[in-house]
Ligand binder design. Structure first.
Ligand code: SAH
Length: 351
């Protein structure tokens, strides 16, 4: 416990809960019972934990925060995508997105309130970063998604608001709880972390021995173009980023997906495509093209469909496996880069 602040119950490991119970003079096996309630029954409150003695439930309630998020609003797009706006206990607001498909129920979660990286075309970073999310809040997002779907989620992507590697420890803690067979029990390969190119984060992930998927937001085939779009390129240049990705692939044998937001005449010419192929042809990888979701703060336009199709053909011809993510949820501002953390300044405690 830090600074006398209560921890979120959904943010602590099973072993930590066991230790806490033992310190409180309780039996260790209670931890698994509590986890069953949290992740199997998806309990909403301590009082649902009928096989836990009332006195222990009261002690737990004194020590831990149960509800990290309060649902404020759900907006449904005409594509079936749903955006959940949630209030955190300090009043900050975050968004997450549910993306259903015939064979999967995906949730796109946020890792921070705001973002400090300020990519030119992304709404999430326009106001900078307010704070990191705690692991319990991230796990809370996954549980909220599940409640909204009325079913288990099958995939979770860190592609909402924030830069996961700028909040490395709490994101990894959440990943381990989500992945724990005794916990949320979501396969590591169904969890994707997306980074704007924070090189030390990629290097640390390489050491974790986790089977999670890694996506890297590339968006440009040269330093010249990338500098103008993504300030992160000043800290870690394209050469450094690509070398780190090459090492990551070699050492983990895991294939990275490069995301490439397509912006008309900015990064989508034939010359850009040739440069991109040159950059990516030295090691195995995938490309996910994302036609820009236009936002009011950025004057760039989305690429024409023919241009996107031409990129796919050229990349595929070069042997690079390529997919396109056609925007979903634009009508409710739930598409890539359209999420923002709003601040109403009212806290869950006040309400
Ligand atoms: N910070 C992380 C994850 C968040 S964004 C990252 O940068 O990877 C998830 C993806 O959406 C990133 O690839 C991001 O660059 C992209 N994106 C952001 N704004 C967008 C927009 N307006 N249109 C299309 N894609 C966008």
């Amino acid at each position: 416990m830090q600074n006398g602040e209560k921890q979120f119950i959904h943010g602590i490991f099973l072993s930590e809960l066991e230790d806490w119970l033992v310190r409180a003079g309780e039996k260790k096996f209670r931890a698994k019972q509590i986890w069953q309630w949290l992740y199997h029954h998806e309990a909403q409150d301590w009082d649902e934990m009928k096989n836990i003695p009332k006195s222990l439930r009261e002690q737990l309630a004194d020590a831990f925060v149960f509800r990290a998020l309060e649902k404020v609003e759900v907006q449904e797009s005409n594509t079936g995508t749903r955006k959940i706006l949630s209030r955190l206990i300090d009043g900050e607001l975050i968004e997450e997105v549910l993306i259903p498909a015939p064979d999967r129920r995906t949730v796109c979660v946020s890792s921070q309130v705001g973002c400090m990286f300020g990519c030119a075309f992304c709404a999430s970073g326009q106001l900078g970063v307010k704070r990191n999310l705690k692991a319990g809040e991230i796990v809370g997002e996954a549980l909220a998604a599940q409640r909204e779907y009325g079913d288990r989620i099958t995939n979770l992507v860190f592609m909402g608001i924030g830069e996961p590697f700028d909040n490395y420890d709490e994101v990894m803690r959440a990943v381990r709880i989500l992945n724990d067979p005794d916990g949320f029990c979501l396969g590591a390969r169904r969890i994707t972390i997306s980074t704007c190119g924070v090189v030390p984060g990629i290097q640390r992930l390489e050491e974790e021995g986790l089977q999670v998927e890694l996506s890297v937001s590339l968006h440009a085939p040269s330093n010249h173009v990338r500098d103008a779009l993504m300030p992160v390129n000043v800290s870690w240049s394209l050469d450094e980023l690509m070398e780190t990705c090459r090492q990551y692939t070699k050492n983990t044998k895991r294939i990275i997906t490069f995301e490439y937001t397509m912006i008309r005449d900015v990064n989508d010419t034939d010359e850009h495509c040739r440069e991109l192929i040159g950059l990516l042809s030295t090691f195995p990888c995938r490309v996910n093209l994302i036609p820009l979701s236009e936002i009011e703060e950025y004057e760039g336009k989305t690429s024409r469909r023919e241009t996107v199709e031409s990129f796919i053909r050229q990349l595929e011809r070069a042997g690079i496996n390529t997919t396109v993510r056609w925007s979903k949820g634009v009508d409710v501002n739930a598409a890539c880069g359209q999420l923002r953390s709003k601040s109403l300044g009212k806290s869950l405690r006040d309400s």
